[in-house]
Design a protein around this ligand. Structure first.
Ligand SMILES: [Zn+2]
Ligand SMILES: [Zn+2]
Length: 769
């Protein structure tokens, strides 16, 4: 794919963001004579369609006639229109990554490329165009110049050479001129030359925390660093660090990163979106003050994002930190020395629209292309990564079985919710049982802080008729799903409404059953209801604003989440209540109690990963306490106290859980032992959706690779309708990635998936609703 320099490239394949359905691999154009030399990754403008309307795109391949697919005559190929030199070309590795993603995840190349570069970069948001002037090398022979104009020329001559050419406005101010006109007149008369400039300026820096001295590594941490470091110069290698919560994985990452930076290469550090707190960036910036850091962060403005992207693209050793899409950061081809993927099990690495890629798996591919090590870490590794490390031997396993010095392993107590509810005699529904309530009281008496988790937004998720014979419950008009009651603070008055969590439709809460006119009842769980109960239990904390709720309803913007965490860090907030946003990566030493309102929210999902998710959630949230010499206590309320994932999490037994879970998956031919692809057909008419699914199923069965795979019959999805579109799924299972890929390639070459509106292909899905 590298471009031979001695041969002229006749044709370029261009990924365009429009008109993509019929050109999944890009469109071929002629490189006209007289155009600047082009390279892979260049941004270009091309003519598209009958009207030849100019459209932006990126060159994904260069070559000779092999780029013509045979059907087209060379003479009918259109020519590139222009090359955009204001945007840095995509590094070659990133272009090859795009081709891999497009093929592996069955997504058109145009859509793939478009999703890899932030909109702010593509649209040049924040780019400032300015003009600068300097003395013309040859001054025109003019007898007499107006003294004012002469003064301008003298002023510019005194300007420090390093700061020339001089910005027009800066010169105007320096000469105390009212307008730019005299300067522009000097340009016209030939005394000054003008230089166009463009730059992105958005002053943003991570809050640098007090540096402090780096802690001395424990022997366990040191052994992991040394072992991974030893493989640094031998090309690609894949490492999984399994460290219990609080084992100090970040210290391991930072030590590895320092060694790479000192060798003159760059580090790409991926974290789940929600872990991108000011804490994370500040901690890293403090550790490496002499290296540039780019942080790609959802809390940044578009211009700031653009600026950070440019920082990442500058040559030289640097650290680039960001969520999923930072895996595409424009770090030069030869420059990347290490990729780190923290909390590799996190679902937020998977993109839920085309291209449906998993950032962790793309990072592995990028490390392969860059020939550098990749380090993935987690306290609860995904079954995929664990299987790769223990059964397949693809990744090297490193273990940090003990918490860092000074941290105690939290005591995890399982509480049977049915028995707990009966203990309260006031006939009210309680979500905080007596065990958790007592633990919280004791914690606050000791001036401790607490975290309470419920992985469900809203007030209550069940609105129904009390008459079981009637059986009515409130469903969304547009989805096969129940409506959720929400309270919203509208001015002073509390408004109550219902919302669908799938299509966001809102409706009033009915007072009477529409079928039998009995008064409806509202029950079920939601963070707002827990908040209401906690306010009642701890009125003093509530009155002083020391209880905060963190979920998708209260935290509309990343900055709100960051601000709340800072207040929690300062101790202004004593009790943090929220959804899984608060289950991950938070490190606050004063947290003494963690409560899980219901460990059952994930357990009963119709998804083969339900056990894995439950184990991860309980383990991760329990790990938020005991981060100092306080004994941490995690209280897990559940209706299923004997469920194995909950018991295993309470025993801190990841290895035992993973062994049992993988053997179940193997028995049913599910990931990680097999590869799964899920195809979803969506249509506004249920019969049409079903018919298309059956036609597609038949067409897939007729493909060459179908005998090497399991092609399951079409079935309605677990949520059979979302936003008025009926949904059917076809699951494909294959014993190896190669078999899966050859089946998908055959389907693609028959254009079976070409209508992206109708058919969504999800390779290696992480959620099955
Ligand atoms: Zn809905
Ligand atoms: Zn009824």
């Amino acid at each position: 794919m590298t471009q031979p320099t001695d041969q002229r490239m006749e044709y370029a394949r261009v990924a365009v963001a429009r008109g993509i359905d019929h050109a999944p691999d890009g469109l071929t154009y002629r490189v006209p004579d007289g155009l600047d030399p082009v390279t892979l990754g260049d941004c270009v403008t091309v003519p598209l369609g009958r009207g030849n309307s100019p459209v932006g795109g990126v060159i994904v391949a260069l070559g000779g006639s092999e780029l013509l697919d045979g059907k087209v005559r060379a003479t009918s190929i259109k020519a590139l229109m222009s090359v955009d030199r204001t945007t840095a070309p995509m590094p070659g590795i990133v272009v090859r990554l795009a081709q891999w993603i497009s093929s592996y995840y069955c997504a058109p190349i145009g859509v793939t490329i478009a999703s890899m570069t932030p909109t702010a970069v593509r649209k040049g948001i924040g780019r400032v165009h300015s003009q600068a002037v300097d003395l013309a090398p040859v001054q025109p022979a003019v007898k007499k110049l107006h003294p004012n104009r002469q003064a301008i020329l003298e002023r510019i001559a005194r300007w420090p050479a390093s700061e020339r050419p001089v910005d027009v406005d800066a010169l105007r101010d320096a000469c105390t001129l009212a307008t730019r006109a005299p300067i522009l007149a000097l340009v016209k008369s030939g005394h000054l030359t003008v230089v166009a400039r463009s730059s992105v300026q958005a002053k943003w820096r991570a809050t640098v925390l007090t540096a402090g001295s780096a802690p001395v590594l424990t022997p366990q941490q040191r052994a992991v660093v040394d072992s991974i470091d030893a493989s640094r110069n031998s090309g690609f290698s894949q490492h999984l660090v399994h460290g219990v919560t609080g084992a100090g994985k970040t210290e391991v990452y930072l030590n590895l990163a320092r060694n790479v930076l000192e060798s003159g290469r760059s580090v790409l550090f991926l974290v789940p979106e929600i872990s991108l707190t000011p804490q994370t960036g500040g901690r890293i910036a403090a550790r490496f003050p002499s290296y540039p850091m780019a942080i790609l962060h959802s809390g940044l403005t578009a211009a700031q994002r653009h600026e950070q992207w440019i920082v990442a693209s500058r040559p030289g050793a640097k650290i680039v930190i960001g969520a999923r899409s930072a895996v595409f950061a424009p770090v030069g081809d030869e420059e990347l020395g290490l990729i780190i993927v923290d909390e590799e099990h996190d679902q937020s690495y998977k993109q839920d629209q085309a291209p449906r890629y998993n950032g962790r798996d793309v990072a592995i591919r990028r490390a392969q292309l860059a020939k550098c090590p990749i380090v993935m870490g987690s306290a609860t590794p995904s079954m995929e990564s664990w299987f790769n490390a223990t059964t397949k031997g693809i990744a090297t396993l490193h273990r940090l079985p003990d918490r860092a010095p000074g941290l105690r392993t939290p005591r995890v107590e399982i509480v049977d919710f049915r028995r707990e509810s009966m203990l309260k005699k006031d006939r009210r529904v309680h979500l905080v049982g007596p065990t958790l309530e007592t633990a919280l009281r004791q914690c606050f008496d000791r001036a401790g802080q607490a975290v309470v988790l419920l992985n469900r937004r809203g007030y209550a998720n069940w609105i129904a008729c009390p008459d079981q014979g009637c059986g009515w419950n409130m469903r969304c008009d547009h989805c096969e799903a129940g409506m959720v009651v929400h309270h919203a603070a509208a001015g002073e008055r509390l408004a109550t409404f219902t919302r669908c969590h799938h299509c966001q439709t809102e409706q009033k809460v009915p007072i009477r059953c529409p079928r039998c006119a009995k008064s409806v009842v509202i029950f079920g769980l939601g963070t707002q209801r827990v908040e209401e109960e906690l306010d009642r239990l701890f009125p003093d904390l509530s009155a002083h604003g020391r209880i905060a709720r963190v979920d998708g309803d209260t935290m509309r913007h990343a900055s709100e989440f960051h601000e709340t965490l800072e207040r929690f860090g300062r101790g202004d907030i004593r009790l943090l209540l929220g959804t899984q946003m608060i289950a991950k990566g938070l490190d606050f030493p004063n947290v003494q109690v963690v409560g899980v309102i219901s460990a059952d929210t994930a357990l009963n999902l119709p998804d083969f990963r339900a056990s894995e998710r439950t184990f991860q959630l309980v383990s991760q949230v329990s790990g938020r306490c005991g981060r100092s010499d306080h004994a941490g206590r995690a209280i897990i309320q559940t209706f299923e106290p004997t469920a194995e994932p909950i018991l295993a999490a309470a025993r801190h037994d990841y290895v035992g859980f993973a062994r049992a879970e993988i053997s179940v998956r193997q028995r049913y031919g599910l990931p990680p032992s097999h590869r799964l692809t899920r195809i979803i057909v969506r249509h506004t008419h249920p019969n049409t959706a079903e018919q298309i699914a059956h036609d597609l199923h038949r067409a897939i069965l007729a493909l060459d690779g179908a005998r090497d795979a399991v092609v399951r019959d079409p079935t309605p999805c677990a949520i059979a309708r979302i936003a008025d579109r009926w949904r059917f799924q076809i699951e494909l299972l294959a014993s190896t990635p190669a078999k899966m890929q050859s089946l998908l390639a055959a389907a693609r070459s028959r254009e079976l998936f070409h209508n992206g509106e109708l058919i969504a292909v999800d390779v290696d899905p992480v959620a099955l609703l």
